[in-house]
Design a protein around this ligand. Structure first.
Ligand code: HCI
Length: 359
């Protein structure tokens, strides 16, 4: 896909694009909306096939952030940073990574608070410490040692867990005892989620590219480990995508042997219309921008709204109520849950709840 196509197919702005010759990293910051407050969304740092792919990811993810903030009732807009790395993150030297963070921090400073970042794939709370310090403060999610609220992964996993419970009720079963839950991706969020459903008595099936993570899940959670290419053909009650986006295509939706889809990955569907095929098969899909909102609730709740950890947890529990509204609206209007969630986000977008001023 060309850069012209990427830009012409979306409604936002690209705040900053740059290439750093010293490291070979490509930087982009997409700002989808600032209607509800400054744009916010994480910094994703990984390898991409090309700059157009990186920019496409930034724009699509920024759009998802707008929906995520609106439906969670948070006073922020949607944005995202994507850094296309010159080599896999774990092969970069400390000096190269440091330089990449410094260039990114300069981009954040240029945007002067129109966009706030946070952790995402390939960046950590420790990286937010650097970005916060070097940008003049425009990063959420610093370590507790640096005065931040720490990792957003536990609250993201908490929210997905709440979403799974709301979705299984919609699918007609009340608990996870003996149910097969397939977790795709055992990163900080996926592993935490797998532990939560294992504690509910679920039979965990898991996969990850990293053999050590799989081994740990097998040992600690009794997980059955499967190959990555077996994921979409493995029968399960709940499929929890917690790795990359775009895993559910129309072809997958027609065949997936699951009753519920609820996970942490952003943009799980390749297109919103793919949800129609899931609805036809009565597969209950918890839209990702609702299910994975716990991280944003943690970061914005703690750092913008001044919430305590308990208040954050209570708002994350609210994801269950929101999903019940989504399911109800989908049933009432005869539309997919994705469509219903977008309608609900749009309503909240047009009538934003009163909230303290954003930073
Ligand atoms: C996400 O949910 O994908 C990221 C959450 C977030 C919220 C606010 C700023 C940065 C990241």
């Amino acid at each position: 896909m060309s850069i012209e196509q990427v830009i012409s197919e979306w409604e936002g702005q690209v705040g900053c694009v740059g290439f750093d010759h010293e490291t070979g990293a490509f930087f982009s910051i997409a700002i989808h909306s600032r209607a509800l407050g400054p744009a916010a969304g994480g910094t994703r740092a990984m390898r991409y096939a090309g700059f157009d792919e990186a920019l496409r990811d930034a724009t699509r993810l920024a759009g998802a952030m707008t929906l995520k903030m609106a439906i969670a009732g948070l006073p922020m807009g949607g944005g995202k940073s994507v850094i296309a790395l010159p080599a896999p993150r774990n092969e970069l030297s400390e000096a190269t990574w440091r330089r990449i963070l410094e260039v990114h921090a300069e981009n954040l400073a240029t945007l002067a608070g129109q966009y706030w970042t946070g952790p995402d794939v390939g960046t950590s709370a420790a990286d937010m410490d650097v970005l916060h310090e070097r940008s003049g403060g425009f990063a959420f999610g610093r370590t507790e040692a640096a005065g931040g609220p720490g990792s957003s992964a536990p609250e993201t996993a908490h929210g997905v867990h709440v979403a799974i419970h709301a979705a299984i009720r919609e699918a007609g079963f009340d608990d996870l005892e003996g149910r097969r839950v397939l977790v795709q991706g055992l990163g900080a969020v996926g592993y935490d989620l797998a532990a939560r459903v294992a504690a509910d008595g679920a039979r965990v099936i898991a996969t990850d590219l990293d053999a050590a993570r799989c081994e740990r899940a097998r040992r600690e959670l009794g997980a059955e480990i499967i190959e990555g290419d077996a994921v979409l053909a493995t029968p399960c009650d709940v499929f929890a995508p917690c790795a990359t986006g775009g895993v559910i295509t129309a072809g997958v939706a027609a065949e997936l042997p699951a009753r519920v889809i609820a996970g942490a990955a952003n943009n799980v569907l390749d297109a919103p219309s793919t949800a129609d095929a899931l609805a036809r098969r009565r597969i209950v899909f918890a839209p990702d921008f609702v299910a994975n909102g716990g991280g944003g609730i943690h970061l914005v709740g703690r750092e913008v709204l001044g919430w305590s950890p308990d208040e954050v947890a209570a708002h994350v529990e609210g994801i269950g109520t929101t999903l019940s509204e989504v399911f109800e609206l989908a049933r009432h209007d005869g539309v997919s849950t994705e469509r219903a969630a977008r309608m609900l986000a749009q309503q909240r977008f047009e009538a934003p709840i009163a909230a303290p001023a954003a930073p």
